[in-house]
Ligand binder design. Structure first.
Ligand code: MG
Length: 295
């Protein structure tokens, strides 16, 4: 099942998307400003979908929003979690600070206010704030049933589904402060969508994650092409790690890291600029495509 949030008629709606991706069915939720959160909460409690609420619409006629447009708290994010990307980072400024051994995942967060829709514009900061804007194509895990100290062996019972994010990063700011949160949390720096695919419909252990840059006035260039099988820490391990001493709740999001091919890995680096478009596509889910520009 695919669940999504969209704007139509001047307000947000939440509901399901048909298997072919063409038709949206609105469902009765009390607070659509939270996107599909209520639907996740209901299903996590073992209740069914809310009743239908209104006419079905062609997806083409809607503007898809992020399925969770304002998460209840920061997003959990995993750093350096693909082997090829780890090798790439070893050639960058991060070689000084990253651990040499993979004992534990690197975990940081992004503010809820970073989230924007799958086709929204990402706002470039003023050049005095950052000149090193980079992309990270990522599979994001959406938590269903909550819990604390979740064992790896039971972790998948807590995974509601998956969506696509771009973990947009201001590299100069990211490396400046030891902690990554500032350089990862600029407003609009987490495009998300186009919907959530429930975990029963996607085996996320071996799916393909790709990212393309279309430079302003240019043609699309494939920059990232990885498979989740290259993850250093798999999804059950990430759920176990993020729930150690911390209660996960329905709608929590874990961005699982990015494959190789980020802009900072090139010599010289290739940063995003005004008018550039970045597309992230994950097999079995879909694609998000966002233009980068000054406000
Ligand atoms: Mg990332």
């Amino acid at each position: 099942m695919r669940i999504a949030s969209w704007s139509w008629g001047g307000r947000l709606h939440a509901g399901t998307i048909s298997r072919d991706g063409r038709e949206a069915t609105p469902l009765a939720v009390t607070d659509a400003s939270r996107g599909v959160l209520e639907i996740i909460q209901r299903l996590a409690r073992g209740e069914g979908l809310p009743p239908e609420a209104g006419v079905r619409m062609p997806v083409q006629a809607l503007r898809l929003a992020a399925p969770l447009p304002r998460p209840a708290r920061n997003l959990f994010c995993i750093g350096r979690n693909y082997r090829e990307h780890a090798a790439e980072l070893a050639t960058t400024v991060f070689r000084e600070t990253l651990p040499e051994q993979d004992a534990w995942p690197i975990v940081f967060t992004k503010f809820p206010e970073t989230v924007v829709g799958p086709h929204d514009t990402v706002r470039l900061p003023h050049p005095s704030v950052s000149t090193q804007i980079d992309y990270e194509s990522e599979l994001a895990v959406v938590i269903g049933r909550g819990g604390r100290d979740i064992q790896r062996s039971r972790a998948m019972d807590h995974v509601f589904g998956y969506t696509v994010v771009n973990d947009v990063s201001a590299r100069d700011v990211q490396v400046r402060h030891q902690q990554w949160v500032l350089g990862k949390s600029f407003d609009t720096f987490c495009p998300m969508g186009p919907w959530i695919v429930t975990a029963d419909e996607l085996d996320a252990r071996g799916t393909r994650v790709r990212g393309w840059v279309t430079p302003k006035g240019g043609v699309a260039e494939l920059r990232q092409d990885g498979r989740t099988a290259d993850m250093i820490f798999d999804i059950p391990t990430l759920v176990e790690t993020c729930s150690r001493g911390i209660t996960l709740v329905p709608g929590d999001i874990i961005a699982t890291g990015t494959p190789s091919g980020v802009g900072m890995g090139f010599k010289p680096p290739k940063w995003l600029g005004p008018g550039d478009v970045f597309r992230v596509e994950i097999d079995g889910i879909g694609a998000i495509e966002n233009r980068f520009d000054y406000a």
